[in-house]
Write a protein that binds this ligand. Structure first.
Ligand code: ZN
Length: 302
């Protein structure tokens, strides 16, 4: 692997808003050295935005642009102007459309916001998995086989934004979609509650259903939690399982760091991490799981 330290070139923030009351949509200036305003209409070229215009009228939408090495990252920041501090969701994969729609539902209902990587609708951004890019130095990038170059700016910008809108005491939150089942079990995906290992353990909640999008009991509907202990915190596991949610627990260590968000949260940030996964297209189950998790975390609708 070639590892080079890339010079930080610049950060630009393109600010646009679809919200009617744009004065609500002012960003904290201290976050970024350069900002630039463009038209509201320009964001409609993104299918994520186009699908959700109805909800976005009451939310603030900004385009984040920054360059680190050869990557010119573009992301959508959406937040609820009436309740800026709240649950905040990170969505690294642009091909996971149900996750984006579910996040919009959550921001509209519970406040807070979301940050979504733009990658022309693809999972990878110019060959880099955005959810394997949270390594800040050469040593870490060498451990993380899927990180091409160390990315201190990427981690800094993403977590600065998350921590700006994340309510105090709130966990780190992510949303993903995956494909049906897992390869080796007749499916096309890589994730399933029926698959387990020492480092990614499965804790199903009752019956597991297989096949195309069978609701929250589907093998692909699950919440990832993460920590350094060999087994998950039992009380947390019990409450989540009891609400009908399958749980995967990821054992994180410096040695096995994969530079994903969960690993960065556990190793660098501290605090709780939840990633809600459903099959591509199953936005209904994802919304249901969001409601269940918010209820468990005592986060109320606004
Ligand atoms: Zn994903």
């Amino acid at each position: 692997m070639i590892v080079r330290i890339w010079v930080i070139v610049y950060i630009v923030m393109v600010t646009s808003s679809l919200a009617e009351a744009e004065d609500h949509c002012v960003l904290p200036k201290e976050l970024f050295p350069f900002t630039q305003t463009n038209s509201q209409k320009s964001l409609l070229k993104y299918s994520d935005i186009k699908r959700n215009t109805k909800y976005l009228r009451s939310l603030c939408t900004h385009k984040i642009v920054f360059t680190e090495g050869r990557f010119k990252w573009e992301m959508l920041l959406v937040y609820n102007p009436n309740h800026k501090k709240g649950p905040f969701w990170f969505l690294p994969h642009d091909n996971e459309n149900s996750a984006f729609d579910a996040a919009i539902y959550a921001v509209d209902k519970y406040g807070g916001g979301l940050l979504s990587v733009l990658s022309s609708g693809d999972r990878y951004f110019h060959g880099q998995d955005p959810n394997r890019n949270f390594g800040t130095d050469i040593q870490t990038a060498q451990i993380c086989s899927k990180q091409k170059y160390p990315a201190p700016l990427y981690s800094k910008v993403v977590f600065n934004i998350i921590d700006t809108y994340r309510g105090s005491g709130f966990p780190y939150l992510a949303l993903h979609n995956n494909s049906d089942g897992w390869i080796g079990n007749g499916g096309s995906g890589t994730i399933s509650i029926l698959k387990s290992s020492a480092s990614v353990q499965s804790y199903p909640s009752g019956t597991v259903y297989q096949g195309k999008a069978k609701g929250i009991s589907d093998e692909d509907s699950l919440i990832y939690i993460a920590g350094t202990e060999k087994i998950p915190p039992q009380k947390k596991l019990k409450v989540l399982n009891h609400s009908g949610i399958h749980i995967k627990y990821e054992v994180v260590s410096k040695k096995n760091n994969d530079c994903s968000m969960s690993n960065y949260v556990v190793l660098k940030k501290g605090g709780n991490y939840y990633n809600i996964e459903t099959e591509h297209g199953d936005v209904r189950s994802q919304k249901k799981m969001i409601d269940k998790l918010m209820n468990i975390l005592n986060i109320h609708s606004r």
